[in-house]
Design a protein around this ligand. Structure first.
Ligand code: SF4
Ligand code: SF4
Length: 443
């Protein structure tokens, strides 16, 4: 058994970032399985890349885990039914973030019968592993939604030596990954060793923030496992500082390598996987059941009894809120995700997707009055990517293309730190998004 003092310290630490109030109110809340909703709306685009193509039609019978949409290209992911029942429609809707996209609408029979054709997936080599991730419909579950099989299929010339397991979960409130470690630890440990073996990786670094002592104790068992004969699986304790779990940040902390803008982790020899993604991949290989449900932390200042729920993908948010008995009269806004990087929910008809890990219902959000920039420099001091958001805002306002192109805006990971610290309440994260779009437009 390795001793706690053998836990690694970060190789490098980013500048900037913030210490936030953790608000991990649901850390000890065992997950509750939400009953099947009457109807699910399965979006065909729950990931980065091309939408899936529907392969079912109105009237088709489906089970839990039945393939209903095939990947629409290499950078894409298939989608599966999250309930048993009947397809009632396949059509375009604007119920998500307001943009039109295709959904498969399935009426549940309430039985949640698994597809009888599902069976364990045999993995003999690294290409089988990527195929398993594809057939599972697995995408980055930390919020990014990047198809996992693409991460696991580096080109022949790319040398991958390190698997970074992201168990940082640095946004306030969210405990869905933490509960995965606590409730499904066997799937996590088996998943780690399977990926390490099939990809012939030299090193695995499991990264967790220092504010999760029980998770550290649990994850230490992976690094102390008898299969780690060459001591190549390490646990790294990161400072609990937001945005420690962001991909660029965690790679830098775990390896000291800088991920250039527009590059993938494989370009610096790494694969980064969220801890729930690792466990989900192992469960698929063991049972054949693809990704059809998500653990969601439901919390926020308008929630009196926060919980972790296991929710069928495609469940309308209004059904989740009704199951939780949340009174929306007192809510000022609903966020899909954490308070820093979550997206405002524009309609309670929106549905739970693969990449969602929290629904926050907030009240007493006083309207923020913007004032002029006082040139205090706090936005630049806190930016983990060493950017100058105030200068980006000026360059955009004055339409100074040369200045805009010199400010490395594509390194922005939209973490929200600059907006959070700005005393003038400038909407700097939105400014950075606009600046990135403007640079794309110019190109
Ligand atoms: S949102 Fe972008 S500019 Fe603002 S602190 Fe984060 S990385 Fe820096
Ligand atoms: S933090 Fe706000 S007020 Fe201070 S320099 Fe940046 S934009 Fe200006």
């Amino acid at each position: 058994m390795k001793l706690p003092e053998s836990i690694l310290r970060p190789v490098k630490l980013i500048r900037g970032g913030m210490h936030l109030d953790h608000q991990k109110n649901t850390a000890e809340c065992e997950s509750v399985i939400m009953p099947s909703p009457a109807t699910v709306y399965i979006p065909l685009s729950q990931h980065i890349g091309a939408p899936a193509n529907p392969i079912v039609k109105k009237g088709d019978a489906v089970f839990v885990g039945t393939l209903v949409g095939e990947a629409g290209g290499f950078v894409s992911a298939p989608v599966h039914s999250s309930v048993s029942g009947t397809v009632v429609d396949v059509k375009d809707l604007t119920i998500g973030n307001g943009t039109l996209q295709k959904y498969i609408i399935i009426e549940s029979d309430g039985k949640m019968t698994p597809d009888p054709d599902l069976k364990p997936f045999k993995v003999e080599n690294y290409s089988d592993l990527a195929e398993a991730a594809k057939q599972c419909g697995l995408v980055g579950l930390g919020g990014a939604g990047f198809p996992t099989h693409v991460k696991l299929s580096p080109s022949k010339d790319t040398k991958i030596d390190t698997l970074v397991i992201n168990a940082a979960e640095c946004e306030p409130y969210i405990t869905s990954d933490y509960r995965e470690c606590m409730e499904n630890f066997n799937d996590v440990i088996e998943g780690v060793y399977l990926i390490k073996e099939k990809l012939s990786l030299e090193r695995v670094v499991i990264c967790v923030e220092s504010n999760k002592p029980k998770a550290i104790e649990k994850l230490m068992e992976i690094a102390s496992d008898h299969r780690d004969a060459d001591d190549s699986v390490k646990l790294m304790k990161l400072p609990s500082k937001y945005p420690q779990g962001a991909e660029k940040v965690i790679i830098y902390s775990a390896t000291g390598r800088k991920l250039p803008s527009g590059k993938l982790p494989s370009d610096v020899g790494c694969i980064v996987m969220n801890v729930t993604s690792v466990a989900t991949l192992y469960r698929f290989i063991k049972t054949g059941m693809p990704l059809v449900a998500k653990r969601i932390t439901v919390d926020g200042t308008a929630v009196t009894e926060p919980k972790n729920l296991i929710v069928p993908i495609g469940t309308p948010i209004k059904e989740v809120l009704s199951f939780m008995n949340i009174d929306l009269e007192n809510a000022d806004r609903i966020l899909m995700g954490g308070p820093m990087m979550g997206n405002p929910v524009v309609s309670d008809e929106s549905v739970v997707e693969k990449r969602n890990n929290a629904i926050l219902v907030m009240r007493d959000q006083k309207p923020q009055t913007q004032t002029a920039c006082i040139r205090c420099g706090r936005c630049a001091d806190t930016c983990p990517m060493s950017l100058y958001p105030a200068m980006v805002e000026t360059a955009l306002r004055t339409n100074n293309k040369e200045s805009l192109n010199s400010l490395n805006v594509n390194y922005c990971m939209e973490c929200g730190c600059c907006s959070y610290v700005c005393p003038a309440k400038r909407p700097l994260t939105q400014v950075m998004r606009t600046a990135k779009a403007e640079i794309r437009r110019q190109k």
